[in-house]
Write a protein that binds this ligand. Structure first.
Ligand SMILES: Cc1cc2nc3c(=O)[nH]c(=O)nc-3n(C[C@H](O)[C@H](O)[C@H](O)COP(=O)(O)OP(=O)(O)OC[C@H]3O[C@@H](n4cnc5c(N)ncnc54)[C@H](O)[C@@H]3O)c2cc1C
Length: 386
């Protein structure tokens, strides 16, 4: 079958990373086709839910900090270009046992990179934010520059700006397969066949299905996000309540949440959003159980009872979102081994990738056009799992 379009670059998956890749590639004058199986921003992958935390004192690994510095600058550039706000500075309160990996990691990254971080005792913290209750042995840290990014709005802005720069973006068109043919790439979708010289794969939870050699390395998990009605909404408004992350002594991972967002400005759903960051049940992205049970809500209720007592009124909305976890929970951003000349990939964002979308888009355009980037991504190499 003949291809019905030829492009410089095809991007598979126009979600968080793919929309930014389309933007940077088209901004550099390349003829780009972005293919997205659903709408541009949707509820079935990893980016739904109104808000994503952005922070710089990165407990996961200090090597992310230079990427975050660039990510902050790139989000600002998007705001500048579009006149729309996507980054909301709320500050971020971290709480946990001083030996907790989160507290230790935050302190380590902040010290290494001179990131503003206030240390509070539990009395000062609850004086400032009386909504919380913390055990006396907890250490409390506050990162003033942290906040959240609006994911759906950012994706739509990147896609729209990319189109203005000449990119062609097809929504509701699913890539079935791709292959290398000489020095070209052939991409077959449920509607058509296209050809390009370069390919970028940013397929999120579907990365294992689209990238040879990764199917057993990306574990997709079903993650719950909850919006609750509180008994005192006025205490949780945007200018009164920060983003937060709590490392519990008994539960793995961490709990986190956001201020209450006005639906007139931020869209649905209404309510105070919180969740538990820890890979939950393994799932197939094409066959996700999106029904929410009392069992699913148990951990969230534990968090509310323990750290925000007396606040819970009722659950307003609960949604399932997907993590695409790499074996070490660090990202995979690289040229695809075996296809280095033509294919770049970004995947395995393991539940903490959105804040980086603005820099990952630029890195993917570097890898695609130059074959390399001066951004420090060696620790995210695809070959580290060989
Ligand atoms: C509950 C939850 C909370 C999170 N909280 C945070 C947070 O606070 N801060 C943070 O930084 N990160 C957070 N994350 C992580 C972040 O949202 C993800 O790391 C990020 O969205 C991943 O981006 P992506 O581009 O890989 O995936 P996506 O945004 O899902 O994009 C992948 C796209 O590829 C498309 N696609 C796949 N296969 C095909 C195909 N065959 N044909 C066409 N299109 C295809 C998909 O439909 C999708 O649109 C959270 C994630 C979840 C689930």
């Amino acid at each position: 079958m003949a291809s019905s379009g030829t492009f410089d670059v095809i991007v598979i998956g126009v979600g968080s990373m793919g929309s930014a890749a389309c933007y940077y590639l088209s901004g550099r004058g390349h003829k780009v086709l972005g293919l997205e199986q659903f709408d541009i921003s949707h509820e079935y992958g990893s980016h739904t839910g109104q808000s994503r935390i952005i922070r710089k004192a990165y407990f996961e690994h200090p090597a992310y900090v230079p990427l975050l510095e660039k990510a902050y600058r790139n989000w600002k550039a998007l705001e500048w270009e579009t006149g729309k706000q996507v980054y909301f500075k709320t500050g971020l309160l971290y709480a946990g046992n001083p030996n907790n990996a989160i507290i230790q990691g935050v302190e380590q990254s902040a010290a290494l990179y001179n990131i503003d971080l206030d240390q509070l005792n539990t009395v000062a913290a609850t004086d400032h934010f009386p909504q919380f209750k913390f055990p006396d042995h907890f250490e409390i840290l506050f990162e003033p520059e942290a906040g959240f990014i609006t994911p759906e709005r950012s994706i739509r802005l990147y896609a729209r700006e990319a189109e203005e720069k000449g990119a062609v973006i097809h929504s509701n068109e699913k890539v079935i397969e791709w292959k290398k043919d000489g020095n070209n790439i052939i991409v077959k979708t449920n509607k058509d066949i296209y050809q390009s010289n370069k390919l970028v794969i940013t397929a999120g939870a579907w990365a294992g299905k689209m990238i040879p050699g990764l199917s057993d390395k990306i574990k997709v998990t079903r993650q719950l996000i909850v919006w609750i009605k509180t008994k005192r909404d006025d205490q949780f408004e945007l200018d009164k309540f920060p983003c937060w992350m709590i490392g519990d002594d008994d539960k793995h991972g961490c709990f986190y949440g956001f201020p209450l967002l006005d639906t007139k400005k931020f869209g649905e759903p209404a309510g105070l959003k919180l969740a538990h960051h820890f890979p939950y049940q393994k799932t197939d992205p094409d066959n996700v159980n999106r029904e929410i049970t009392e069992e699913d809500l148990k951990t969230i209720k534990y968090c509310l009872d323990t750290y925000l007592p007396g606040v819970f009124d009722s659950v307003l909305t609960a949604k399932i979102c997907l993590y695409a976890n790499s074996p070490d929970e660090n990202f995979i951003i690289d040229r695809l081994p075996g296809y280095e000349e033509n294919v770049s990939i970004a995947c395995g964002f393991s539940g903490h990738g959105f804040k980086f979308a603005s820099v990952v888009g630029e890195i993917l355009s570097d890898l695609t056009i130059e074959g390399e980037t001066n951004m420090p991504i060696q620790f995210l190499s695809a070959k580290r799992f060989d």
